[in-house]
Design a protein around this ligand. Structure first.
Ligand code: AMP
Length: 391
């Protein structure tokens, strides 16, 4: 999702620039002012409550605002993202917005502040008042609205300055120039959204070879825990030595080690478009860890894919692999192969079910040639890229 808040004093050009943003990024527009005016026109209880406050240039209560925003968001569950105009207008509303975004499992990408001086605001609003017919576009009320803005709304900027997602634009320039400046900010924000794919499938389903090929084709970093552990052993790092000892004693590698390695990889991978995770998360605990790790990097899971291959075919593939040079230490006997399939069923299938509930899991037929399966997976990824960038 792409969520943007347009900020600025009355008359800064928020409404005008909204039109450009909605069109370009297909966002759902939420203007608290428009919604309130509609409520007033309809004569609803809420409208009656808001009417006199708006007419005097004051701010409507946060209680009313939270109700209208929540209702609007809930009635648009499939939006690409939201564009807020005229919200948040108080420090409390900034917290409300945080809460609403968390509820949607998303976040506000940026707050773009259109900066204009007071006289420009007054001049523009008086001009607008000649046609708008708005009861609050006259000089006395305009001055009051600006006073409310300076006292209650301006402090909201500190909230976002501290969070690091506040961007200022000179709103006194031409409409086209302001749009161009906003576009630079949004594009930059979009380029930060990583494509994070989790690739599931039973052992033998082709996750490894497909995952590596897809990562290469789409500029993604391939993160597979198995090979990462082996690499540490080969490099004889401190962690590598710990892992060897654990392998020798037949114990599982604890999550603490796996997490450290993944975290290191996420930090070192600058400039990638995203990640393909294979073999992780393997357990429900690890799925919470992945959510946490990505969140720490301001990111989240974009796409979950499961490669489906019938059990008999899996056994036959793994058995065939055990007779080749590609044989893994864990493929050497039927007993080990069956154990791995059972582990997947008991520990990893619940993770897939969880993701299915949360994000939806794309089930891809893993039968056929490497190229055929690759083609099916590529289509999924290309579609995922389209919804990620909204272009
Ligand atoms: P606008 O169309 O954004 O200029 O809003 C017009 C009027 O609606 C404001 O002067 C306020 O009285 C009221 N209003 C709009 N949005 C909010 C909000 N987020 N919080 C409080 N009052 C609001």
């Amino acid at each position: 999702m792409l969520n943007i808040a347009l900020f600025g004093p009355p008359g800064a050009g928020k409404g005008t620039q909204s039109e450009f943003l909605i069109e370009k990024y297909k966002l759902f527009y939420i203007s608290t002012g428009d919604i309130l005016r509609k409520e007033i026109a309809e004569g609803s209880t809420l409208g009656l409550e808001a009417r006199s406050i708006i007419a005097a240039g004051g701010l409507v209560s946060d209680e009313i605002i939270v109700q209208i925003i929540e209702k609007t968001i809930q009635s648009n569950p499939n939006a690409n993202g939201f564009l807020f105009d005229g919200f948040p207008r108080t420090y409390i509303q900034a917290y409300i917005l945080e809460g609403l975004m968390i509820k949607l499992n998303t976040a506000l990408n940026c707050l773009i502040s259109l900066e204009v001086d007071e006289e420009t605001s007054v001049h523009r609003l008086l001009e607008r008042g000649k046609q708008s017919g708005r009861m609050d576009d006259n000089e006395k009320v305009i001055r009051n609205r600006l006073r409310e803005y300076n006292e209650k709304t301006l402090p909201v900027l500190n909230f976002y300055k501290e969070k690091g997602n506040y961007f200022a634009v000179d709103g006194s320039k031409s409409i086209e120039q302001v749009s161009a400046d906003i576009e630079v900010i949004v594009q930059n924000e979009l380029s930060k959204s990583l494509m994070n794919i989790v690739l599931f499938g039973y052992p033998g389903s082709g996750r490894g070879s497909q995952g590596r090929a897809l990562a290469k084709a789409y500029g993604l970093e391939y993160i597979a825990t198995g090979p990462m552990l082996e690499q540490e052993i080969a490099k004889k790092t401190t962690i590598g030595k710990q892992i060897s000892q654990l392998y020798e004693s037949g114990k599982l590698v604890p999550d603490e080690i796996v997490v450290k390695l993944i975290e290191k990889k996420l930090e070192q991978s600058k400039g990638v478009k995203g990640f393909i995770f294979k073999g992780f998360p393997r357990t429900l605990v690890q799925s919470y860890i992945l959510d946490g790790l990505l969140k720490k990097h301001g990111s989240s899971i974009s796409k979950v894919i499961e490669l489906e291959v019938p059990t008999l075919e899996l056994i036959s593939r793994l058995d065939a692999r055990s007779k080749t040079n590609d044989c893994m230490p864990y493929d050497t006997s039927t007993e080990k192969i069956v154990k791995r399939l059972q582990e997947h069923e008991s520990k990893t299938v619940p993770v897939i079910n969880k993701y299915n509930h949360l994000h939806g899991v794309s089930k891809i037929n893993g039968m056929g040639s490497f190229e055929e399966v690759n083609q099916r997976l590529s289509e999924e990824i290309e579609n995922a890229f389209k919804t990620l960038t909204h272009n």
